[in-house]
Write a protein that binds this ligand. Structure first.
Ligand code: COA
Length: 165
């Protein structure tokens, strides 16, 4: 479905963004999410892997170019989407030593320019990075009286994967 789409971007500082899932360093992603991500601290590796497998687009940010020599994963984001009407952005991070040099802004600009995502209604949740996402067209939810949500229930998620926690 996503064939023929661009999957690799490079910048002048030697960084790469790619949607090629085989480039992802699961340990880097798992370590950050399970230890440092306020929204999902303590998550198991199995669920991190499942969320990546089941997300239509996962973006790795790399120091170096995975197609051309050694590289290190320094950031990540993933998108759940039907590629027509609805998209959700989550698990956005840049490792601490690589922050403050515009990598998340570059990542956001790449994500929102995807030809099949750019027109969709894009949602996300954030505790404190509103001004980052606002630069890419995200606004607080309007008409919240028309919106409904069924809350995440970790106990039921773990049961679904037959994981004892
Ligand atoms: C948020 C995060 C991804 C930013 O990455 P980064 O590469 O250092 O950010 P950039 O250098 O591209 O700059 C981010 C811009 O957003 C702004 N910003 C808004 N909220 C921010 C926040 N919570 N943290 C960092 N920057 C933030 C910055 O001020 C900067 O704005 P500018 O245009 O005035 O320069 C990174 O700090 C991170 O991984 N934090 C921990 C995980 C996290 O909170 N992820 C977001 C969950 S919604």
């Amino acid at each position: 479905m996503l064939v023929n789409e661009k999957i690799l971007w490079t910048n002048n500082d030697g960084f790469t963004i790619s949607t090629e899932k085989s480039f992802l360093d699961i340990d880097v992603i798992f370590n950050f999410l399970s230890r440092d991500a306020y929204w999902v601290k303590g998550i198991t590796k199995e669920l991190v892997v499942a969320s990546i497998e089941n997300s239509i687009l996962c973006y790795g940010v790399y120091d170096g170019n995975p197609n051309d020599g050694p590289y290190k994963q320094v950031g990540f984001a993933r998108v759940v989407s039907d590629l027509v009407r609805f998209s959700w952005l989550g698990d956005v991070f840049i490792l601490p030593e690589y922050r403050g040099r515009g990598l998340s802004k570059w990542l956001m600009s790449v994500i929102i320019e995807h030809p099949k995502l750019k027109g969709t209604s894009f949602q996300l949740a954030t505790k404190d990075a509103h001004s980052l996402y606002a630069q890419y067209g995200f606004k607080p939810l309007g008409q919240i009286e028309n919106r409904m949500i069924r809350s995440l229930d970790w106990e039921v998620v773990y049961q679904g994967y037959k994981i004892n926690k």
